[in-house]
Design a protein around this ligand. Structure first.
Ligand code: GDP
Ligand code: MG
Length: 371
């Protein structure tokens, strides 16, 4: 049920909180400024104080922001988005680094690019691009899923050939299955003398991951991130899987995307790495993500270059937010600043109320416990 703190209600009416408390007292209820009252009571009080009340539903404010349901205009192919998961120390970071450098644009000094949390490489066979989310870790994946963001098309499951299936391997399998994302297994550290790739395949079987050589349909590739063995083959398998998925989009519409990570940079202000998922994001666009808004001041590619726009499956750093959004927040372009303000102030406000409601809920249960 909807609820509001007394302070918040007073703020919105530009009244003093004590007057709201006094009004509630007249009705026989004793309250503190931090108490939460339900929407009906709030409406009564507001009307008593001579305000007209307009209750806004989330559906009104958010309407038309994401029309994921209408995908009839998604007819252009797009690159797959890949997340690398696996047990700690099995080589996720090493593999991501190796893939990144296997494919660095020639002429780039030493291949030193700044990390922006995601990058694209070209598949050696077809030249088609693959987008890697460079924030390995199940936490990021889970956080995004919890917020309803689906960014990953394919999970690359890294399993060290000398260690086999471990607890976080199983966790990753469960995440991928729950999200209905296909898995490609990268059996890593194949260079090690004690590597036992066949044992990995057997262990995976126990977790309902059946590789092709065992009659299943999960592709596995033996790799060494250290020696850069079979990386091209891995990229090729990803490209093949992507073809099967037949990923489509529409680049000719206002951008929609997801915040991969965000921070407050000393020199540049709020910086968000965004994966554009549909449409095209342009410099100058007015954007909202979570409770933050802004106007795109600059876009920076994974190569560290300033770009004017970013299309579907392209990761970019976005400068111009008024504050840093949160990882997993969905980004949308809106028509003007007034609309952006309406959406973000509504969301900020929901956030405060949820926080207040959970605190008062906690207090309530504590009181029950004490009595
Ligand atoms: P993460 O925790 O999954 O990100 O694993 P890291 O990429 O940090 O790797 C953990 C350790 O394994 C590091 O010491 C790496 O140098 C080593 N490592 C990663 N890949 C390979 C590989 O292919 N062969 C060998 N021999 N060592 C590797
Ligand atoms: Mg790592």
């Amino acid at each position: 049920p909807e609820a509001i703190t007394i302070q918040e209600l007073a703020n919105r009416m530009s009244e003093r909180a004590v007057d709201v408390i006094r009004m509630l007292m007249k009705q026989g209820a004793m309250h503190k400024i931090t108490d939460v009252i339900d929407a009906d009571t709030a409406q009564l009080i507001a009307e008593e104080l001579g305000h007209t009340v307009k209750r806004v539903a989330a559906s009104d404010v958010e309407e038309g922001l994401f029309d994921a349901v209408d995908d009839s205009t998604d007819t252009e192919p797009r690159s797959p988005v890949v997340t690398v998961m696996g047990h700690v120390d099995h080589g996720k970071t090493s593999l991501l680094d190796a893939l990144r450098h296997a494919n660095v644009v020639s002429g780039e000094a030493g291949g030193i690019t700044q990390h922006i949390g995601a990058y694209q490489v070209s598949s050696p066979e077809t030249g088609k691009k693959i987008t890697f989310i460079d924030t390995p870790g199940h936490a990021a994946f889970t956080a995004m899923r919890a917020r309803g963001a689906k960014v990953t098309d394919i999970v690359v499951l890294v399993v060290a050939a000398d260690d086999g299936v471990m607890p976080q391997t199983v966790e990753a399998i469960n995440h991928a299955k729950a999200a209905r994302v296909p898995i490609i297994v990268a059996i890593n550290k194949i260079d090690k003398p004690d590597a036992k790739p066949e044992r990995v395949r057997t262990e995976l079987l126990q977790h309902e991951v059946q590789v092709e050589s065992f009659g299943g349909d999960v592709v596995d590739v033996e790799v060494s991130a250290k020696n850069k063995t079979n990386l091209d083959k891995l990229l090729e398998m990803i490209a093949l899987q992507a073809e099967i998925l037949d990923l489509k989009t529409n680049s000719h519409r206002p951008a929609e995307g997801t915040v991969i990570e965000a921070k407050l940079d000393r020199g540049r202000g709020p910086v968000a790495t965004v994966l554009v998922q549909r449409g095209t994001l342009h410099v100058g666009d007015i954007i909202v993500a979570g409770a933050e808004m802004g106007r795109v001041r600059a876009l920076i590619s994974d190569q560290g270059e300033t770009v004017q726009e970013a299309g579907p499956s392209v990761p970019v750093e976005v400068l111009g937010f008024n504050g840093p959004p949160e990882a997993g927040d969905r980004l949308a372009v809106v028509e003007n600043e007034a609309r952006a303000r309406q959406i973000t102030s509504y969301r900020a406000h929901q956030k405060r109320e949820n926080a207040a409601a959970s605190i008062s809920g906690m207090r309530g249960s504590l009181e029950q416990m004490m009595s």
